[in-house]
Design a binder for this molecule. Structure first.
Ligand SMILES: C[S@@+](CC[C@H](N)C(=O)[O-])C[C@H]1O[C@@H](n2cnc3c(N)ncnc32)[C@H](O)[C@@H]1O
Length: 208
């Protein structure tokens, strides 16, 4: 299913569905970003604001961007902070939604919906402050190889959102090409059981 159409539908139940990937990524983001300071954050694919409320406890200003008006509406209902600006935009197009350079750009569970990582890194590298960070938290590629995809149930049946597989080296290769060093790479497992396939891959990249 088309990504925007899917999330406009999913928004009504995104926060209440059982969703291990959503919840484990929340843990990953908080664990990784607790270790760094940032005063400004461009949150890409903010969805219903799962991470926005936490990010604004660390940043003085935050722009939360999403393709889906319905996901954004849910986030706006939760987050009233003046320091947060919500913006509807498609990140596969030119990033005209901001002219600012940000200390942190975060991507949580969004890049699996984006085919062309080069475009994303190219735009992000123009919008990052010197010494700034990119955080990426994604469904682990190993999990994708087993066929796992973003999906949800409706009365019409199960809806599978359009997804693309990105290998670990697709992320690390793009990071290197666009002038980022790997500050951290971590894997998160269901029930912290390292004998299982990891569910979440996180990367913290620093602009060199
Ligand atoms: C799985 S949700 C993740 C939401 C939130 N970051 C979280 O972790 O709960 C993916 C989000 O990415 C957004 N998204 C997908 N493609 C996008 C695009 N091209 N531009 C902007 N946002 C996009 C969707 O609308 C959706 O809200």
């Amino acid at each position: 299913m088309d990504v925007k159409q899917a999330y406009n539908l999913w928004a009504q139940q995104y926060d209440t569905n059982v969703n291990k990937t959503r919840d484990l990524e929340a843990l990953a983001l908080r664990t990784v970003l607790a270790r760094i300071d940032f005063s400004s954050c461009l949150e890409i694919g903010c969805g219903t604001g799962k991470n926005t409320a936490w990010l604004i406890t660390k940043a003085r200003e935050l722009m939360a961007v999403d393709l889906s008006e319905e996901m954004l509406q849910k986030a706006k209902e939760k987050i009233a902070a003046d320091a947060v600006v919500f913006q509807q935009a498609d990140i596969t197009k030119a990033w005209q939604f901001t002219s600012k350079k940000w200390e942190l750009i975060s991507f949580s569970l969004v890049l699996e919906h984006i085919q062309d990582l080069e475009h994303i890194f190219s735009e992000a590298s123009r919008k990052i402050a010197a010494g700034g960070y990119i955080y990426i938290g994604e469904l682990h590629p190993f999990k994708q190889y087993t066929g796992s995809k973003a999906r949800f149930d409706t009365e019409e049946g199960q809806q599978v959102v359009s997804c693309f597989n990105h290998h670990v080296t697709d992320f690390t290769g793009a990071a290197k090409k666009w002038g980022f060093e790997i500050a951290d790479i971590s894997e998160y497992f269901d029930d912290n059981d390292r004998n299982t396939i990891p569910r979440i891959l996180s990367l913290l990249l620093k602009k060199s």
